[in-house]
Design a protein around this ligand. Structure first.
Ligand code: ADP
Ligand code: MG
Length: 535
């Protein structure tokens, strides 16, 4: 059988699943015999270790470690050096993906290349493209990119829900928080709205314990072990373990030895809750934004589906119960749901899948997803005074989708006529709050005489949530070639504007009465008058 993998490429842990020959989802074991592979890489002198081995080296205080790099994927300025080599987050993801591929092949005893890789729903264009690249570079045929909460909803939705339900997927992982509202119907799973914070996750809970310990240690001894990089990692690992223990019991101890000084700290659940209460409140406001943007209220939510390792913390479940006034949904493995959902999607997308799988996956539903970022372009504001983000496709619109806008440009006879479009992702009118995707330059625009040429530009999100822009010259019907250029980091939009001060862009709307009484000379005069006005 030809398998397709569902890969949850997590910030802290990665998980790989398949749909087996009987149509049953199965989570694969890695070479260490475990289902969770830490997304951690150790760079030794002559070897690179990924997963548990790397995490052990980290716990021992070794600094040749890369972790949490998913937070920086798509960011060119994030570069780590190990030995003589430099790595960006995409390079590091390739290393993890190669290990996942190798282990899956060893487990399944056959080669696999087709895969669906999951990403946080709020990943922007650069982050999605970089993830697709990483998959390709690791040797995968990336069938699609799937939003993690949608994947979790697919795994849950497979359980044959007959009645219509609004489910809030609450995914609190190691470094990220993702919240998505889905409507599960008999045949379809529709994502209604989604949001998230990529700087909020279990690690922040660990950090709070570490900060507390550092401060107390300092109060007593006048030194803070957290200021020492050698001990920093070691203490963080201890704090993460303590956090996990607090999911089982009421209190736990952390022993810190530093510079011949020794102290035992007892952390209780109550202390832990008060150290981290504001973090939970941040998940609350994001959840409420998502519900509100779908035009719903908490009362309309039939259940909250906890996903991600951090939802094992009892405070999270209590919090969900309190805000939703309902018991959180159980019965789904919080670590595995995302990769299982991806495997279901992969096996449905893969045309080579056999009919038996299709048949057994009877509970499978179609999915409809949305993007969590609006797609816009740089445009002049209505006064022509400053550049703003003009939104073309609003967030939470069903994908794939597209919008077309006409532009007029004057063409010259013996020159390369080009049209430049600056694409953005973000909600704010202020460009500095948005992610600039690039400068899209359409060239080879044909000369069409004195009157301006009309270029129809189509903006689109494809099924992976990747932005696409294309243009057609209306007079010639020609699809224009495109090159995407990078914009320098310190590009100043408004300086550019000052240089071109004499050009004032204006929108003019003309209305001409076309009723019967205008027939003949009056209409001709009206058309002449508008021409004179334009001149
Ligand atoms: P990601 O999707 O970001 O890779 P996961 O969903 O795998 O993350 O969750 C990892 C996080 O879950 C880590 O911060 C880890 O410490 C936390 N975690 C795992 N098990 C527990 C537990 N029993 N109690 C509390 N937190 C846990
Ligand atoms: Mg996750």
């Amino acid at each position: 059988m030809k398998y397709s993998l569902g890969i949850d490429l997590g910030t802290t842990f990665s998980v790989v699943s398949i749909i087996d020959e009987n149509g049953i989802p199965k989570v694969l074991n890695n070479a260490e015999g475990k289902t969770l592979t830490p997304s951690v890489i150790y760079f030794g002198d002559d070897e690179i270790i990924v997963g548990d081995g790397a995490k052990e080296m980290q716990a021992m205080g070794d600094n040749n470690i890369a972790c949490f790099f998913k937070r920086n994927i798509g960011d060119e300025n994030y570069v780590l050096q190990f030995g003589e080599k430099y790595y960006n987050a995409e390079d590091l993801s390739v290393i993890v993906l190669k290990k996942l591929k190798k282990d899956a092949e060893a487990f399944l005893k056959c080669e696999v290349s087709d895969a669906v890789i999951t990403v946080p729903a709020y990943f922007n264009n650069l982050q999605r493209q970089s993830t697709i690249n990483a998959g390709k570079r690791a040797g995968f045929n990336v069938l699609s990119i799937l939003n993690e909460p949608t994947a979790a909803a697919i795994a849950y939705g497979m359980k044959d829900i007959k009645d219509k339900k609004n489910i809030l997927v609450y995914d609190l992982g190691g470094g990220t928080f993702d919240v998505t509202l889905v409507r599960i119907e008999e045949e379809i799973i529709k994502v209604l709205s989604t949001d998230g914070d990529h700087e909020l996750g279990g690690k922040d809970w660990d950090d709070r314990i570490a900060m507390y310990i550092g401060e107390k240690f300092f109060e007593k001894f006048g030194v803070n072990p957290m200021d020492d990089v050698e001990y920093y990692n070691d203490i963080l690992v201890k704090c993460e373990n303590a956090k996990k223990q607090l999911s089982q019991r009421e209190s736990t101890d952390i022993n810190v030895y530093y510079c011949d000084l020794k102290e035992k700290f007892t952390i209780t659940r109550d202390m832990f809750v008060s150290l981290t209460g504001d973090l939970l409140q941040r998940t609350r406001s994001l959840s409420e934004d998502v519900i509100k943007s779908a035009g719903l209220f908490w009362e309309d939510i039939d259940g909250v589906l906890p996903v991600g390792g951090s939802t094992r913390m009892p405070m999270v479940l209590e919090f969900i119960r309190e805000v939703s006034r309902k018991k959180p949904i159980t019965g789904i493995n919080v670590d595995e749901a995302v990769s299982i959902g991806a495997a279901i999607k992969a096996s449905m997308e893969n045309k080579n899948s056999n009919d038996k799988v299709m048949f057994t996956l009877g509970g499978y539903k179609k999915t409809e997803d949305v993007m969590s970022h609006s797609l816009g372009m740089v445009a002049l504001d209505s006064q022509g005074k400053k550049y703003i983000n003009s939104i073309i496709i609003s967030k939470n619109k069903k994908i794939p989708c597209s919008e077309r806008r006409p532009y007029q440009i004057r063409t010259g006879k013996n020159r390369n006529n080009v049209l430049e479009v600056y694409m953005l992702q973000g909600e704010s009118e202020d460009i500095s709050d948005c992610t600039v995707l690039g400068k899209y330059v359409f060239y080879d625009i044909d000369y069409v005489g004195r009157k301006p040429s009309v270029i129809d530009i189509e903006y689109a999100y494809n099924k992976n949530g990747v932005a696409k822009v294309s243009a057609v010259q209306r007079e010639t019907g020609k699809k224009l070639p495109l090159k995407i250029e990078k914009i320098p980091e310190n590009f100043k939009w408004d300086e550019e504007l000052n240089e071109e001060e004499e050009i004032v862009h204006k929108n003019v709307v003309m209305a001409i009465d076309l009723s019967g009484s205008m027939r003949g000379t009056p209409l001709k005069e009206a058309i002449e008058a508008s021409k004179t006005f334009i001149d």
